[in-house]
Design a protein around this ligand. Structure first.
Ligand code: ZN
Length: 149
């Protein structure tokens, strides 16, 4: 990755960290989950509003490092209007890219490709995926809070 591209990626992540999108709570979510990444201390709550099998609205709230907050913010933008199946597919693609098992050049990742650099920092993979794991729990409720451990 070129230095210029790396700088651009850092700017996108910092922008979402400082101004996270879709932040807050939904008045009557159809699904909710809390997630915790004890390695870093990131804590996120995800509210979703499903209409049929489509994600009509999504809100995230919580505190964490730049990677976890920016990932949550960009996830919320990427998933609004998508179906649950599309959300799962996107999560799988995202997970492959941040763990370095797949390059970001492939289809469908869009702006989320900025997280490809996380693959160089294995300790941050859980930061980048916390919001996604939490979202999955909000879509398919399981008892108890989500932990990356
Ligand atoms: Zn973190």
């Amino acid at each position: 990755m070129s230095d210029a591209l790396r700088t651009l990626y850092q700017e996108v992540i910092l922008d979402h960290y400082k101004h996270p999108r879709n932040w807050g709570r939904l008045p009557q979510p159809t699904g909710h989950a809390d997630g915790h990444n004890p390695l870093c201390g990131d804590r996120l709550s995800v509210d979703v509003q499903l209409e049929g099998d489509r994600v009509a609205d999504i809100r995230v709230e919580g505190q964490g490092c730049a990677i976890s907050v920016a990932s949550a913010s960009m996830m919320s933008e990427a998933l609004k209007g998508r179906t649950v199946d599309e959300a799962q597919t996107l999560f799988e693609r995202f997970h492959e890219v941040v763990t370095g098992r797949s390059s970001a050049d492939g289809p469908s990742l869009g702006k989320l490709a900025v997280f490809a650099g996380v693959a160089e920092f294995p300790a941050r993979v859980k930061c980048a995926t916390l919001a996604w794991h939490t979202l999955r729990a909000a879509l398919c409720p399981q008892p108890g809070p989500v932990s990356t451990e």
